[in-house]
Design a protein around this ligand. Sequence first.
Ligand SMILES: Nc1ncnc2c1ncn2[C@@H]1O[C@H](COP(=O)(O)OP(=O)(O)OP(=O)(O)O)[C@@H](O)[C@H]1O
Length: 493
Amino acid sequence: MKMLEAHNITKLFPGVVALDSVDVSFEPSEIHCIIGENGAGKSTLIKCLTGVYEPEEGEVLINGDDATKNKALFDKVAYVPQEIDLFGDMSVAENLFLPYKKSGIKGIVNQKELEKKAVPLLKKFRIPVKPDELVKDISVSSQQLLQIARATVHKEYEILMLDEPTTSLTTSDTQVLFEIIKRVKEENKAVIFISHKLEEIFALGDVLTVFRNGKKVAYAKLEEIDIPWVIKKMTGRELNQKQIFRSSKVSDEVLLEVNNLTGERFTNVSFTLKKGEILGFSGLVGAGRSELMQAIFGYLPIYSGEVKLDGEQWKLGDTNFSVKHGLIYLPEERKKQGILPVLSIKENISVSVLDELKNGISISKKKESDIARKVINTYDIKTPDADKAIQFLSGGNQQKVIIGRSMCCDPKVLVFDEPTKGIDVGTKAEIYRLMKELAEEKGIGIILISSEMEEIKKCSNRIIALYEGKKVGEYDSQEDKEVILSAIIGVNS
Ligand SMILES: Nc1ncnc2c1ncn2[C@@H]1O[C@H](COP(=O)(O)OP(=O)(O)OP(=O)(O)O)[C@@H](O)[C@H]1O
């Protein structure tokens, strides 16, 4: 029996067919994975399946009934969005049961009662927090698991839909999550799992649907296929997964020199970065990698130590100075820190070159459009035009706008913080190629922070390991993965 079905769904946006006559169905006791390049239409499908969007054509059936005519049926779908959307200033228990009515709690809400009800759920989802703790004080990993627990509080749910649930989870929390998902499946529910991580899909899923350019292009049992098959269906081409993207033009010239730097989450860190080099920073979530780079960029305070660029003392604590003089940080939290979501692609690009665009007291519209067009063409950004709001571009294309925008500032050092988070395998390779080109052709020094060991090994000329805010190793790119992994989990330190 099919629990959730979409028939012939078509969803249009200005200039884009986001979903093109899609048929897909989900069954109880089955983990159904969905994969597709950025912009393939996965999130749009989810929004149609949860009643957020009404498709131009087609119907959504839940247990055989038309949900577009009876919206209450959408209550059977528990949806966990990609971004964490909890209330930081409220307690764990409050977050779990909000909105109270939906989770079956009536009348005046008693905090102690809520906290009592929260205990078995926290246990089931193995979330190591207390019900009365504020959400802003618990780890990101716990927040992610809490968000999933919250989606299942609603008793009537029969379908659990997870959109990239592991992007902020540690490896061990991912294992916990997988066990929970398997238990949900055993409770006879349908599970929909969207992820860009192929290994996870093969470890967890029963069946897979592949999307490309708004169309469903393949469906298969996971036991009958392999990773190259999926990549081919997704991208329409073969992809050499073993390809290396290290810079082949590392100069002897030191570009950036960091000496004994200490700040809030890191202690006594020293390293150098050469012209044309890609320097990888490996470490677990919380190892202090982002904080170290944000401090060098001027966003966070530095307590002691010094930074030199091109042999000159670097001014600390001033992000404007950093951007103006060629040190740019591309943040991990693209949506929160990297883009101005409601502004257009053009405006997102021109914020970095406002001085150049000034024509007296106004902005030269022509120059602004010219620069935007150049960035769109150079970085092959897929969009109908430069006036589209950047929030509606896919993650990979947003990332390319950010890279293109940084290049307008003529950088010497670019810091990429988790540049491929939420990005599909094909676009990942494009971003790696871009980093390599920037290093080789423009002599830019690149710092790559990544939680993916494969990514670090593929792209970096040298690798630095951080553990609890301290540098615990420096390796060349040939070093064994196991040696680096031992360093970042604190073995021998
Ligand atoms: N609200 C919107 N307005 C305009 N265009 C949109 C909107 N939402 C999505 N799109 C466009 O529809 C297409 C499908 O986007 P969608 O977000 O569904 O892709 P996706 O597969 O979920 O991508 P990702 O892996 O990056 O999350 C893209 O071209 C996107 O730019």
